[in-house]
Design a protein around this ligand. Structure first.
Ligand SMILES: [Zn+2]
Length: 90
């Protein structure tokens, strides 16, 4: 499978999130949640800074998406497919 320009753009953003996490003292991982070529949310690993082992980049992105769009909206969007989650190094 060939990476598209969009794939590279989203992975670049996930990597930027991972660098921010690392600079803060967390594991260097980032994630983006994308639907229809639109960014729903991004996230970073926050396990060390929050003292919570569940705060992976993916869960952080999901929490941010819920906070921004609401659980009903996100559940509906995810349910109908076509979503992509890009995680860098997690
Ligand atoms: Zn993870």
């Amino acid at each position: 499978m060939q990476a598209t320009d969009d794939d590279l753009r989203w992975m670049s953003l996930a990597l930027r999130e991972s660098r921010e996490a690392h600079a803060r003292g967390d594991w260097p991982t980032g994630a983006v949640l994308v639907k229809d070529r639109q960014l729903l949310a991004s996230g970073q690993n926050r396990q060390n800074s929050r003292g919570d082992v569940t705060v992976h980049a993916e869960t952080d992105a999901l929490r941010a998406a819920f906070a921004e769009h609401g659980p009903d909206y996100l559940a509906l969007r995810l349910r109908w497919g076509g979503d992509r989650v890009a995680a860098a190094g997690d």
